[in-house]
Design a protein around this ligand. Sequence first.
Ligand code: ATP
Ligand code: MG
Length: 482
Amino acid sequence: MFSRYKKQPAAQPVETATAPQAAAPAATAEKKAPTANAVARRPVQKKAAEVAVSDKDRKRKERLGEIKIELHRELLENLNLAALESAGESELRAEISAIASEILETRNIVLNREDRTQLNKELYDEVTGLGPLETLLQDDSVNDILVNGPQQIFIERFGKLELSDVTFKDEKHLMRIIDKIVSAVGRRVDESNPYVDARLADGSRFNAMVPPIAVDGSLVSIRKFKKDKLGIDDLVNFGAFTEEMAAYLQAAVSTRLNIIVSGGTGSGKTTTLNALSSFIDDAERILTIEDTAELQLQQTHVGRMESRPPNVEGKGEVSPRDCLKNALRMRPDRIIVGETRGAEVIDMLQAMNTGHDGSMTTIHANSARDGISRLENMIAMAGIEMPIKAVRSQISSAVNLIVQASRLQDGSRRMTSITEITGMEGDVISMQEIFKFQRVGLTPDNKIIGHFTATGVRSHYSERFRLWGFDLPPSIYEPTTV
Ligand SMILES: Nc1ncnc2c1ncn2[C@@H]1O[C@H](COP(=O)(O)OP(=O)(O)OP(=O)(O)O)[C@@H](O)[C@H]1O
Ligand SMILES: [Mg+2]
């Protein structure tokens, strides 16, 4: 099965979109000389990276895998699980290694030192942790872990997806790990409740969907929790935005503009929101509302809320809207909603309009304009019947700033636009872009060439900034010339 993802031998011709039907020999296609005017389509690039695994490595892994499953079963029978809970890590590792050696000996299985160390590690992970996922969870360079059935685990590193060489033995093995995770948080997942959200012990966000809804084996997505969230300085250093944009954003947050961070999935919305929150004064009372608590605010006075989905009987739901309504009675100076995606939009806009300025949230959208449409749709879906002009006027007076986060095709994450909402013109919400990322091209190895620039438009809020003591120099609004 795994060999499907092995690298093809170099000599083999690469399949291209223009390749003729299977019946035609590939050689003739290659010989076809391009005519001067011919428009040649580029070969379709393989979307996902492949892992190079030698046959020897694979066989070794398979053998170890089989031994491991058997040993694991025997270990569970041999280990005193009650005593295990109180055992320290080194004690447990020694115990597992001793029992494993004993079993290997009685079965006449000889392993070299490297395999034995690997086996002991995997057994330990299996008994105490999340089995094969443990290595990936401990690898700090991995951002996301995406499991598509037992044999295929993708990881995201440096903004790019790649296939990892980690696999589960089979679907049963994968299900056992999923069960372990969800039962630890008092949830259940089976045919009648085929999907579940949970949080791992280390704070990582976890979602699983099991068969038969997941057709080819359970699907698992994990967004790893970063102990050290990227701060403003890190993001500037990574080239996610410039020092000028940071100074502007500091003025915007400090002068209590209502800010929406918009972006696609995994584009860095939560990271941006978290970084922006660092500009909030330490004296303020901040309340945060999230589906899964991811934000790590540095301030002293923070009240964190996590909404709760209904339980197995469909009861006990506490929606983000419930949390938000309650938060408004808790004397917040600022409200931060991790993501606005449903009916809570009404309360969010009302809060922004009625004294809880300086609030922030994120939405799924691909541009500032698109973000506004998303808000309009959410209001319509919440069953509020209001003329569109009234809806827009609510939005335009509630939201001051939309910050666009994007994951670009080379895997880099950047703040591609900062747009101010300036009011209404007729039925249309008027906005002005202040900063943007100007793309100019692509390097041969598909890295994006571009730069950040101001658009030349002075902020609608410059006077407010000045009055609040954030007198930004006019030069920051001048376009960058390269
Ligand atoms: N500018 C950046 N440079 C490098 N890595 C980043 C950057 N911004 C975010 N990341 C990393 O990308 C991953 C996704 O970021 P984040 O969770 O903020 O995205 P999101 O848009 O909130 O995702 P989702 O749609 O799943 O909620 C995280 O692991 C984060 O650490
Ligand atoms: Mg997020």
